[in-house]
Design a protein around this ligand. Structure first.
Ligand SMILES: [Zn+2]
Ligand SMILES: [Zn+2]
Length: 418
């Protein structure tokens, strides 16, 4: 038998309280926000047939060539832990024959074998929306606005939005040819990856982080210079609507996003406080993807936002120092029955309640209450029971007073409010 590894795998994270709660809170904020725009949650498997991702993201994309956790199961099926959300959602929408238009959101773990860095993990949290069956540029602007609103609701106020248009089936070939010719003239300056990209997918050279490549594309033909009239108009309307919504944006001609399925509008959210790892997420239009999956012609747009980096950029939660939890303390074994009953009543009234059944001494029970970060203790002893009261001790102020049996719920609620 192999030795038991005592540490988590590289690039993964543990979330112990209160970090787990902060994360769930951010997810809840996203769920609520997305629902106010009419989105409903879709839950898809964490792994799919590998072809789902290869087909949509593109065989030459970094995700597919370098970053997927792919494996064969015991029946030799080719499966992959999902590296992103959109392909699985599109697959599921078609398989379940969802009615169009269809607004969906998702929340969950995603997996990429990349170099772990600050705020970047191999298993990472992502939230996203997909608006399927919507073609209007106003949808683009609304989707972009929604992502920005999420970051703001987390307290991230230095977020800027970069937008670009990479054209459509009509105008992309013209740009691709111009770009290919431009890059061929500078082939010597490009890195090995980019030389291969010239033929396969020249647009991706814009994504390259190698300095020489960045310089080489400095004066390259941009997708925007080659937009057809329809794409130009679409992009102008997106920008006009963003302006009307007072959303600060910058047009970035280099923003092409590393996935094959995007067309027209692409966008990315940037936070200055994150340093070099400044992207909080992004998205774009993918009007051809549903068709490529064998479905009907369905325009669509969506985004995916990284939860890990968002929580890194967000200010720490200023929650209460103590949890909304009442710890019920018993003095002698004869009060145990009453203790269980009171805990049950509090829970039925919606108040989280906990009892230490092991600790015989009151002092030990108070220690447990402190470890649990409870806001208050309710003490039940023979004297209290004889008088028909509980002793309620506030663990923040240390203050203690007696409360009649039937007033305990209200008294604890008041403690939580203060
Ligand atoms: Zn076009
Ligand atoms: Zn390069």
């Amino acid at each position: 038998m192999s030795e038991l590894k005592q540490t988590r795998p590289k690039g993964t994270q543990d979330f112990v309280p209160p970090d787990s709660e902060r994360r769930r809170q951010a997810e809840a904020t996203f769920r609520h926000l997305a629902e106010t725009y009419g989105y409903r949650e879709i839950i898809t498997p964490t792994f799919e047939h590998t072809a789902v991702f290869v087909k949509s993201s593109g065989e030459t994309s970094d995700i597919v060539t370098k970053e997927m956790y792919s494996f064969k199961d015991r029946a030799e099926r080719d499966l992959t832990l999902r590296p992103e959300g959109t392909p699985g959602v599109v697959r599921a929408v078609l398989e379940n024959q969802a009615r169009m238009p269809c607004r969906l959101y998702y929340v969950g773990p995603y997996f990429r074998y990349s170099r772990p860095q600050k705020g970047r993990y191999r298993e990472f949290g992502q939230v996203g929306v997909e608006a399927l069956g919507e073609a209007s540029p106003l949808t683009d602007a609304e989707v972009i606005f929604l992502g920005d609103a999420f970051f703001r609701s987390l307290g991230i106020h230095d977020c800027t939005t970069q937008v670009n248009s990479i054209g459509c089936r009509e105008c992309r070939p013209g740009h691709r040819d111009a770009l290919r010719n431009y890059l061929l003239e500078r082939k010597e300056q490009l890195c090995g990856d980019c030389r291969l990209r010239i033929d396969r997918n020249p647009l991706r050279v814009f994504d390259c982080k190698v300095e020489a490549c960045r310089q080489a594309v400095e004066g390259a033909p941009t997708p925007r210079q080659h937009l057809c009239e329809a794409c130009k108009r679409h992009f102008e309307q997106v920008l006009a609507d963003l302006t009307q919504r007072s959303l600060p944006y910058e047009v970035n001609d280099r923003l092409v996003r590393g996935l094959d399925y995007y067309n027209r509008t692409t966008f990315e959210y940037i936070s200055a406080s994150l340093g070099a790892q400044d992207s909080l997420g992004g998205g774009g239009r993918y009007d051809y993807l549903v068709e490529e999956f064998g479905g009907p012609d369905t325009p669509a747009i969506g985004f995916a936002l990284g939860l890990d980096r968002a929580l890194l950029a967000a200010p720490p939660a200023a929650g209460p120092a103590r949890r909304h939890l009442a710890f019920v303390v018993w003095l002698t074994e004869s009060e145990l029955g009453e203790t269980e009953k009171l805990a049950a009543k509090l829970r039925a009234d919606g108040i989280p309640a906990q009892v230490d059944y092991d600790a015989r001494r009151v002092k030990a029970q108070f220690k447990s209450a402190d470890a649990a970060q409870a806001a208050c203790c309710i003490i039940i002893g023979p004297d209290e029971l004889a008088k028909g009261v509980y002793s309620l001790k506030d663990l923040v102020s240390g203050e203690q007073h007696e409360v009649p049996f039937d007033a305990i719920t209200a008294a604890v609620r008041k403690r939580f409010r203060d």
